[in-house]
Design a protein around this ligand. Structure first.
Ligand SMILES: [Zn+2]
Length: 179
């Protein structure tokens, strides 16, 4: 088995993506994986606007994602993402690869690892531990915070302590008020 096939299996790429190159850059203490899509990527790819079957159109510039370390070396994925065009409505958009996280520039697995660390320590310390910059990790944290807020159900939440709910008609209720 070649290193490319091994990493394709480890990444769980399936038939839509393949690893074309696997390079160990000793000077940067980094393992680079170059990925590309296969024709399978267009199977079941639908236009988000009208639901028609999307067709391959062009590709993005080369993009990079920070992934988990390979042994003690920084792991990164590089790829151009295919862009599709809808034959019905003309909408164009890039395919979302299976490894991509929410924050952009990170894999899902790296984001999960970073969020675990960020539960326990400050952004600066987590950034140092992961070999990342604090602004990049801060952006990751905010993206996940925004996504969690968007998914949260506040339908049963009304007044907070000491504040007046915009929907309340009576006097405000503070946390210390006897009810
Ligand atoms: Zn469409």
């Amino acid at each position: 088995m070649t290193p490319e096939k091994l990493f394709a299996e480890l990444l769980g790429l399936g038939l839509k993506w393949r690893v074309t190159e696997c390079v160990f850059r000793k000077d940067r203490s980094q393992v680079d994986l170059q990925l590309e899509h296969t024709d399978e990527v267009w199977k079941r790819e639908r236009c988000p606007q009208c639901g028609a079957e999307a067709k391959g159109y062009d590709g993005t510039e080369p993009l990079r994602w920070r992934h988990l370390n390979v042994m003690q070396y920084r792991g990164e994925i590089g790829a151009r993402l295919p862009r599709g065009r809808c034959p019905q409505c003309g909408h164009t958009g890039r395919v979302r690869p299976p490894w991509e996280g929410k924050a952009g520039g990170f894999s899902k697995e790296f984001e999960a690892c970073a969020l675990l660390l960020l539960r326990e320590m400050a952004v600066e310390r987590a950034a140092q531990t992961l070999g990342e910059t604090a602004p990049r990790l801060g952006r990751l944290l905010h993206k996940h915070g925004d996504a969690a807020c968007a998914e949260a159900d506040f339908s049963n939440v009304c007044c907070g302590g000491g504040t007046r709910c915009p929907c309340a008609k009576g006097p405000s209720i503070s946390a210390s008020s006897p009810i």
